[in-house]
Design a binder for this molecule. Structure first.
Ligand code: SAH
Length: 371
């Protein structure tokens, strides 16, 4: 690769590696996504048809609307508190919340009681959210530590998959090394292996010992564990429920799930850093464990398709197509199909609910055993 083709963030990371040594994948992901000047989330148009990737709320309004109905039930099940926080983590373009709040017009008292709080790190996306959600006067937070102590209903779609992961590989029997990002003489980034490390350190970071026995490759997300623990403590003291929807697996599968997407196509994560979205699959076992260990009731994860169908996707679709033109009807039907079809998003995306109450929320068959 010629020197001039390397972008600024790649150059900055190479300088940092030269001075301080190789980066963990987590540090690399953090810089690539969050660097205040060159990080991916501070680019214009990251999300949506014109951006690099499309998320469920950008595909169909039904997604946010059904989550709105779910929130109405949760609010009722809490005894209809007259003041509560409606919180979204990583709201992107604000589309989910916009659709959710429209569906919530069914219960005006819910809207009156709701204070909207957004946890968002990107200055650029905050601007988009500010315009879209102006009627609801949201309050922004850099992270979850500043959320107010009020009953809370929380939603996060494709949030945890953006949080940094660390990767470890077993090269010989029980000899583990961490996958790191280094740079070569011509200032190109590449993967390198750390010195051998004690597998107990990987367990301490959140991996299960059984996945170290079964697999030669494991991923852990200390950032996910830290945030889930804070959220569990928040829900425990303030009361409420949360819904987490993400691309992920129910049990660690032992492969490298770090992926970069640019312009709706796969991209090399180490090339032109900061110009592509970077995600990793969410380990729902780890996520669920963080909540149940702090005394929260957990439900699922269930597949997104089953969840949305149980909440009435078909009925809402039939209702919407009644007033639609033929081309709108085609779009509505293909959007809904994309959310639920098992070969599209229906099975790959999972939904986990967490609550301070043991009562099973809509869309989930039964409480988890370890609650
Ligand atoms: N939920 C939206 C957007 C998903 S993209 C949707 O479904 O369309 C991920 C979102 O999380 C973006 O808004 C991004 O800026 C935000 N985000 C990522 N990491 C974050 C962090 N550590 N703290 C706060 N927000 C973060």
């Amino acid at each position: 690769m010629a020197q001039e083709t390397k972008n600024k963030l790649t150059q900055l990371l190479c300088q940092r590696i030269d001075q301080q040594g190789p980066l963990t994948i987590a540090d690399f992901m953090y810089e690539a996504l969050q660097h205040p000047k060159y990080g991916y989330y501070n680019r214009p148009h990251v999300l949506g048809q014109k951006g690099d990737f499309v998320t469920a709320p950008e595909i169909s309004q039904i997604f946010g609307e059904l989550i709105g109905l779910w929130m109405l039930e949760r609010w009722q099940s809490m005894g209809e508190p007259q003041s509560f926080s409606l919180i979204e983590l990583g709201p992107g373009r604000g589309t989910l919340l916009c659709d959710l709040l429209r569906a919530a017009q069914l219960m005006p008292a819910f809207l009156e009681a709701a204070d909207v709080h957004l946890v968002e790190s990107s200055a650029n996306l905050r601007e988009v959210q500010r315009k879209k959600l102006a009627d609801f006067s949201p309050t922004w937070h850099n992270d979850i530590t500043t959320l107010p102590q009020k009953p809370s209903l929380i939603v996060a779609n494709e949030y945890f998959d953006a949080l940094p992961i660390r990767q470890f590989a077993k090269l010989k029997a029980n000899k583990w090394r961490e996958v790191l990002v280094g740079s070569n003489d011509t200032s190109e980034l590449g993967y390198i292996m750390s010195e051998e490390i004690d597998p107990l350190q990987i367990v301490a970071l959140g991996a299960s010992s059984s996945s170290l026995e079964t697999h030669d490759f494991v991923e852990v997300s200390p950032a996910t564990s830290a945030q889930a623990t804070l959220l569990a403590d928040h829900l425990k003291s303030a009361g409420g429920s949360a819904l987490f929807i993400d691309y992920g697996y129910q049990q660690a599968e032992g492969y490298n799930s770090l992926q970069a997407v640019k312009d709706h196509q796969k991209h090399d994560p180490l090339y032109e850093v900061g110009t592509a979205d970077l995600t990793a699959h969410v380990d729902f076992e780890q996520l669920t464990r963080c909540f149940s260990q702090r005394g929260m009731n957990t439900f699922g994860p269930v597949a997104q398709g089953a969840f949305l169908s149980a909440l009435g996707l078909e009925a809402r679709l039939n209702n919407l197509v009644q007033n639609a033109s033929p081309s709108e009807e085609r779009e509505l039907r293909s959007g809904a199909e994309r959310l639920v079809a098992s070969e599209k998003m229906g099975d790959l995306f999972k939904v986990l609910a967490v609550s301070s109450s043991p009562q099973t929320p809509p869309g989930f068959p039964y409480p988890n055993q370890n609650n």
